[in-house]
Design a protein around this ligand. Structure first.
Ligand code: ADP
Ligand code: MG
Length: 257
């Protein structure tokens, strides 16, 4: 059971953005997407989420071609936290978080609803925000709320073995270091519970430390994929980012200034 992209190419308005990409998101693993601005990370995430159709190739969720899944079915398998957070009408934080439950396809009357919300609000440290108006939150606080929504969408009873996936586009942008660390801990916990995680990261040292696998994108292509030690190499980083870098092993550390 995986999400598998096979030879996908994508374009927007006739402009080719992704070319011949193959990639797998495995349950229980964190896969970091790295690469320079404009490399195609967000576009790839949209294709893997099923929000943008590839012009070539296919994406499979647990062996089902996503071309055959409707919005509700896709929402059942994966939740997405986009890079640009959507503008929202005047909702409370509680409303926003609970939207994840609706996308989960379960009813508010479900016995699990209150337990699930409480668990996730606690995990994400947002209990002090829960009664605020969403639009009055800072950028970082809004990110944490959307993260909680995305997690609630994937909440499942302990006895369900179905694989689910979390797709996060630069979730750490705007977060202070405490919230960055606590969000990473929640992501690791989600992975430990069997969720497959795709996360776009800019910080190469965090990718090295935190991800099980790294996929490096450049100019719409995957130029490296594998364990961090095999992808975050001096040669590849120098050629992709066009700056001198210094890579040290054990623990893998990248310096560039
Ligand atoms: P990344 O997330 O790696 O920074 P994106 O996937 O957002 O990159 O974008 C990849 C490339 O596609 C960029 O050059 C971007 O300008 C371009 N692009 C993205 N969306 C559109 C669009 N709607 N129309 C035209 N070009 C786009
Ligand atoms: Mg992006």
């Amino acid at each position: 059971m995986t999400i598998r992209a096979i030879s996908i190419s994508a374009e927007i308005d006739g402009i080719p953005l992704l070319s011949d990409m193959s990639l797998e998101i495995v349950p229980g693993e964190v896969l970091a997407l790295v690469g320079p601005n404009g490399a195609g990370k967000s576009t790839l995430l949209s294709v893997l989420a099923g929000d943008l159709n590839p012009v070539q190739g296919s994406v499979f969720y647990n062996k089902r071609n996503i071309a055959q899944l409707d919005v509700q079915e896709r929402a059942h398998y994966r939740s997405v936290m986009s890079q640009a957070l959507p503008m929202v009408f005047d909702f409370s934080v509680k409303d926003i978080v609970e939207m994840g439950w609706l996308h989960n396809g379960q009813h508010y009357s479900s016995d699990h609803f209150k337990t699930a919300v409480q668990q996730i609000v606690d995990q994400c440290n947002i209990s002090s925000l829960i009664n605020r108006r969403f639009n009055t939150l800072s950028g970082g606080e809004q990110k944490r709320v959307h993260f909680a929504r995305a997690l609630l969408q994937l909440w499942k009873c302990e006895d369900s073995l179905e694989a689910k996936y979390l797709m996060l586009d630069e979730p750490l942008a705007n977060l202070d270091i405490r919230h960055e660390l606590s969000l990473l801990a929640v992501i690791r916990k989600a992975a430990a519970s069997g969720i497959g995680v795709l996360i776009v990261l800019h910080d190469l040292n965090l990718a090295a430390k935190f991800a099980d696998k790294v996929a490096m994108l450049n100019q719409g292509r995957i130029v490296g994929v594998g364990v961090p030690e095999d992808v975050l190499t001096t040669n590849l980083l120098t050629s992709v980012y066009d700056v001198p870098v210094n890579v040290k092993p054990n623990p893998l550390t990248i310096s560039y200034y």
